[in-house]
Design a protein around this ligand. Structure first.
Ligand code: CU
Length: 367
């Protein structure tokens, strides 16, 4: 069938909205009519080449929609169901899947790098030329085909534009706090970068009962957003070394946990340098593919600091996202405040320009 989709033909170019062909779902696959696609920074990293991905590709990895039809053998969803595509396919059987870390499953990595589905082929084409899937989901298409294992059914009463954000920004940010770091009540937290994922780290820290939540960002508007999501202290590196500012706010001690949600070696280093003894620095930001970070090796031993990272909120999305929906319903998870704008698909490049300038916190494109 024909579908409007945003395609990246070459790295360094803008997205082009064009009419592509979407093949029927094969056995074990689901065709989804997307209602909203989340405008996440990771796709921008692919456009600029910071993050390597096969092209030409239909981008987008966050979103929500309605099942249109299903391939043979699909039992968990049926046409009409509301669903979120999960951008990290997992087999459900390997040591990482059964150990509660499905994002580390090898099949997700394979699909991410091949740009094709599990059988090694693509469902997208343009004039007979193959287009790649992005992360196995390609949510910037009115219709997309996703493996059943990467489909989560959600209740029909959650607005799909908001549900879309659960699939990347919310689970990545909240999960980095709750799953990866297991922040304890009363502890101190610093968050470097308070965009769409960063404010979710902030609200994850609120949910975990952190005592001080220090937001760090160069953009004053982003710091204000962080305050709305529960940050107790705001640090702007334009006012001086953020590490010193954080130490001053914690009586010289440093923070128990820091989160880097930007993807720059400099801020990764700062997120490590601002730690207290036994502190944990959690890298969440998507870094350029070849970037490296160095830290003082002495502090690893004499201060028992930890530098590590979290992929996809270190989550088990199929159990964690329903819990997030419960928290949203209970009024403890801010989702309405997170979605600051929606654009028609045709304006996707404007949506990305607004994301870069800081005019939007999190937006979606709609079909
Ligand atoms: Cu994302």
């Amino acid at each position: 069938m024909k579908s409007k989709a945003a395609v990246l033909f070459e790295v360094g170019q803008k997205l082009e909205v064009c009419e592509v062909d979407v093949a029927d779902p094969q056995p074990g696959e689901v065709r989804v009519r997307m209602v909203a696609g989340g405008v996440c920074h990771s796709d921008l990293h692919v456009m600029t080449g910071h993050l390597v991905a096969p092209v030409p590709a239909v981008l987008g990895h966050e979103g929500a929609g309605v099942v249109h039809d299903v391939g043979a053998g699909v039992t968990s969803v049926k046409p009409g169901d509301h669903v979120i595509p999960l951008w990290r396919l997992s087999c459900g059987e390997c040591e990482y899947c059964t150990g509660g870390r499905p994002a580390l499953c090898a099949i997700g990595t394979e699909i991410r790098w091949s740009g094709r589905l599990a059988d090694g082929t693509s469902r997208f084409s343009l004039d007979g030329r193959e287009l790649k899937h992005f992360a196995g989901v390609s949510t910037f298409s009115n219709y997309t085909v996703v493996p059943e294992k990467a489909i989560l059914k959600i209740p029909a009463d959650i607005p799909l534009e908001r549900a879309a954000l659960l699939g990347c920004a919310v689970i990545t940010g909240v999960g980095a706090v709750i799953n990866a770091s297991q922040v304890r009540p009363g502890r101190t937290v610093a968050v470097f970068g308070t965009g769409g994922v960063g404010v979710n780290v902030v609200q994850g820290a609120v949910l975990a009962g952190a005592e001080k939540i220090i937001a760090v960002d160069l953009m004053a508007s982003r710091l204000e957003e962080a305050r709305n999501f529960g940050a107790t202290h705001l640090v702007n590196p334009a006012d001086g070394d953020p590490v010193e500012q954080i130490r001053a706010l914690t009586g010289g001690r440093g923070v128990d946990y820091s989160f880097e949600v930007i993807g720059l070696p400099l801020t990764m280093r700062q997120s490590y340098d601002c730690l207290a003894k036994r502190g944990v620095a959690m890298i969440v930001g998507i870094t350029p593919t070849t970037a490296e970070v160095t830290v003082s090796s002495l502090s690893l031993v004499y201060e028992e600091r930890v530098l590590t990272g979290s992929l996809y909120g270190s989550a088990a999305p199929k159990t964690d996202i329903p819990r997030l929906i419960d928290l949203y319903r209970a009024g403890s998870l801010k989702l309405d405040e997170l979605l600051t704008r929606s654009y028609p698909l045709e304006e996707i490049n404007e949506a990305y320009a607004d994301l870069e300038s800081g005019a939007t916190l999190r937006s979606v494109v709609t079909f």
